[in-house]
Write a protein that binds this ligand. Sequence first.
Ligand code: DX5
Ligand code: ZN
Length: 219
Amino acid sequence: MKHIIAPSILSADFGNLQRDIEMINQSEADWFHFDVMDGVFVPNISFGFPIMKAVKKHATKPIDVHLMIVEPDKYIEEFADAGADSITVHYEACTHLHRTIQLIKASGCKAGVALNPHTPVILLQDVIADLDLVLIMSVNPGFGGQIFIQNTYKKIEDLKRLIQGVNEDLIIQVDGGIGLQNITKLANAGVNSFVAGNAVFSADNPTETIADMKSLTNS
Ligand code: DX5
Ligand code: ZN
């Protein structure tokens, strides 16, 4: 499977948002990653529909929406209408996860479920066949620039076992603390979608960093 690099808009310069979007358009990145935080599910507030529409206006690549919010069902259709290509909800935020996944699929988007670092992969057993993407959080969600949690490698192994013979085309995504230092090891472990905020936008040359990430995952 092709490796997907998804820079996180959370670390962009919002005073120069169009410039940063154009940078991603021109780069070897594959997706835009869009982190929505509500200040309830996570201890931080990021952005919502007005910024989503601004990104959509200029983006020439798919937009991968990561909802770190309670009651995501309420907003799925609106994010789909605003231009989301994939929508990922948190396992921990969904009482009726099966229903939420069906809502995402009915909206025409790829359906993803994210797991916090403490949530075991096995809890997805009964919905895994319905999913397009599983996001293994490699930090506790809420902030960019945190340290990668090493137990992520064990969870990638667990997920690979779970999808065997059931959903082998599933996109395995990691998010948090990803950079040039660990991307090759993660690709070798079986990850095929890499979210990176700080590593891209704090780099002296973000375009080159994205290109380096791309080549490190394909080597
Ligand atoms: C964390 C967000 C991430 C974040 C990653 O809660 O879901 O997408 O932007 O940031 P870095 O790559 O800086 O760890
Ligand atoms: Zn994210």
